[in-house]
Ligand binder design. Structure first.
Ligand SMILES: [Zn+2]
Ligand SMILES: [Zn+2]
Length: 176
């Protein structure tokens, strides 16, 4: 005997859900991951190089060395209200360090102001050229840079200063 069945069972309420939803799930395409470069840890010959942010900082000794060279005033106008400007910027990948030969005291006007190095490119270039001519092409580097570039045998303060002084002498003789 045939049952009275106006609809097939699959179309009856309560039996639909399962069949209407597809069994498979859409797979998300896998993201390709770029290898992460850790900007914070740098090794060279098994030695851990200090953090780049740290190397851009100015300590008291460095600041005093700059002020001994330029005096305690803006190097442009003599204003005693000054800040120390990094001639080569200290940002990651630019590589200016917190070394005294990379610094110059500037007042607000000549630093971040309307006539400042951060506003006017030719002024920015003026200081770069001046320090390059006076101290040589490595003026913005620290001992770690010189060591990694093979200019000094060890990243010590003594070897660094010795190298930089020779560079300075070389600049003076090439001008005269
Ligand atoms: Zn000034
Ligand atoms: Zn600055």
């Amino acid at each position: 005997m045939q049952e009275f069945n106006p609809y097939p069972k699959s179309k009856q309420l309560g039996h639909q859900k399962e069949k209407d939803t597809p069994k498979f799930k859409l797979q998300k395409p896998r993201k390709k991951r770029k290898p992460k470069v850790n900007k914070n840890i740098e090794m060279f010959h098994n030695r851990r190089i200090p953090h780049w942010k740290k190397r851009g900082e100015v300590n008291r000794k460095t600041a005093n060395d700059t002020l001994r060279y330029y005096g305690e005033a803006c190097a442009m106008c003599g204003n005693h209200n000054y800040a120390l400007h990094h001639i080569m910027h200290k940002g990651y990948g630019i590589g200016g360090r917190g070394v005294w030969r990379n610094l110059v005291p500037l007042c607000e006007l000549h630093h971040t102001g309307a006539e400042g190095v951060h506003k006017i490119k030719t002024f920015d270039q003026f200081w770069k050229d001046k320090h390059q001519k006076t101290f040589g092409p490595h003026y913005y580097k620290d001992a770690w840079d010189l060591w990694m570039e093979g200019h000094i045998e060890n990243p010590t303060e003594e070897l660094f200063e010795k190298f930089m002084k020779l560079e300075e002498e070389r600049c003076q003789t090439s001008i005269g």
